[in-house]
Design a protein around this ligand. Structure first.
Ligand code: ADP
Ligand code: MG
Ligand code: MG
Ligand code: MG
Length: 395
């Protein structure tokens, strides 16, 4: 019986993945197809299907009903597959060139069939190898500005906005962020994961009440501020890049949240590179951070002025005031991401991949210091030059 007709979830194998794309007539019935699972297998399967003769290929991403974390399995909703596909499609309306094309989705199987981007490299991998992507900051600044402006109350009828807020309710994946980014790193909780040499640095965070109060406030904004349809997991591992192209993948954490979150996550992941690089290469990354904000600011501003639907968007000074709020949020979200990737459950290779132990520990102490400072100085850092200076001061 055809896989799709069963209308039930079954984990795909390389064989059934091939059967499925043939049933869906993506390839001629007698095509010689090969399939390979290329995901990292913690949360999802990613199959790449290739037609050796025709040269055509595609990707099937399938959600697993559990997450494998520290050897344990946690049940995790399959609904995130539909959220991811719907977010790719919704964001694709505004930035068609910056996301993969979605060919087909199926809620029962929890799959998205999409464009194969294997000619590109995951930005984190390339950056760690010392590559530079001259379009990355510009494209991501534009991606964030357009996807978030067009899904906000500044562009939508309030009925459509509320419909989308409901459609993208994503409580289980939000809970992962709420715990792993905004809560656990600030307390002595056993999901945390850090090198023993950092014990006293980590205890300084756990004992810093002023920091905890500011972390609580920024967590609360994540919990309550339904500003726009966020990507929700916009680190450099969710971005494919080359010198010519940028494509954002993996929006399974999409939900209505504060605009500064996508900015902060992306910027923090560039900060890791600014810490591991020296001299001109460090400057290059700092310039990319600045450019991300500048492009975001100018694209968002222009959309606001030309397409803002709320009468208040015409009131002089409101735009600047709103963008200031986004900026200050982004500063604090950057700080949270820096800390959680250093001492929380999920690390980044930019830091953990540093082989020399002393250099690695020194880099991690910098991210903790900078992260702490950014969270505490959220309202005090007023513009991008000050943000860049704060990064330089601690790195
Ligand atoms: P997860 O949610 O499990 O992190 P991702 O969507 O990030 O899944 O995909 C995991 C990996 O699979 C990516 O790092 C990339 O190597 C590969 N991959 C995902 N989507 C595509 C695609 N459209 N084209 C090519 N490779 C892809
Ligand atoms: Mg992964
Ligand atoms: Mg991913
Ligand atoms: Mg993911």
């Amino acid at each position: 019986m055809a896989i799709l007709e069963k209308k039930i979830y079954v984990g795909l194998t390389e064989e059934t993945a091939i059967q499925l794309v043939k049933e869906l007539a993506f390839f001629p019935i007698h095509a010689e197809l090969t399939a390979k699972e290329i995901g990292d297998g913690n949360l999802n399967y990613v199959f790449r299907i290739t037609d050796q003769e025709g040269g055509k290929s595609l990707i099937i991403k399938q959600a697993l009903p559990y997450a494998k974390v520290v050897g344990e399995s946690w049940p995790l909703t399959l609904k995130r597959s539909k959220i991811e596909a719907d977010a790719l499609i919704k964001h694709g309306e505004f930035v068609p060139l910056l996301v993969p094309k979605v060919y087909e989705t199926d809620e029962d199987l929890a799959i998205t069939i999409m464009e194969d981007l294997s000619h590109l490299k995951i930005a984190r991998t390339g950056l760690i190898e010392g590559e530079n992507y001259p379009k990355l900051a510009r494209d991501i600044g534009e991606y964030i500005a357009k996807t978030l402006f067009y899904t906000s109350d500044f562009a939508l009828h309030p009925f459509e906005k509320k419909r989308l807020v409901a459609a993208f309710s994503n409580p289980e994946l939000c809970k992962i962020t709420e715990d792993l980014v905004f809560t656990d790193p600030f307390f002595d909780i056993d999901t945390n994961d850090f090198e023993p040499e950092l014990q006293s640095d980590v205890e300084a965070i756990w004992g810093n009440t002023a920091l905890q109060i500011e972390a609580a406030k920024i967590k609360y904004s994540f919990l309550t501020e339904a500003e726009a349809l966020l990507h929700g997991d916009l680190h450099t591992g969710s971005i494919f890049a080359s010198e010519e192209e940028t494509k954002v993948i993996d929006p399974e954490f999409a939900f209505y949240g504060p605009i500064g979150f996508d900015l902060g996550l992306f910027i923090a992941n560039l900060v890791f590179q600014s810490i591991v690089r020296d001299g001109e290469q460090k400057e290059y990354i700092l310039n990319q951070i600045e450019e991300t904000w500048q492009v975001f600011y100018s694209v968002f501003s222009e959309l606001w002025e030309k397409e803002g639907v709320d009468p208040f968007t015409k009131v002089s000074g409101y735009k600047e005031s709103f963008l200031q709020k986004i900026f200050n949020d982004a500063v604090a979200f950057t700080g949270c991401e820096l800390i959680r990737r250093t001492i929380g459950l999920s690390h980044v290779k930019d830091l953990d991949g540093i082989e020399d132990k002393e250099i690695r520990l020194a880099a991690k102490r910098k991210t903790l210091e900078l992260g702490t400072s950014l969270i505490l100085r959220k309202s005090d850092i007023q513009e991008i030059k000050g943000f860049i200076s704060a990064i330089k001061e601690h790195t």
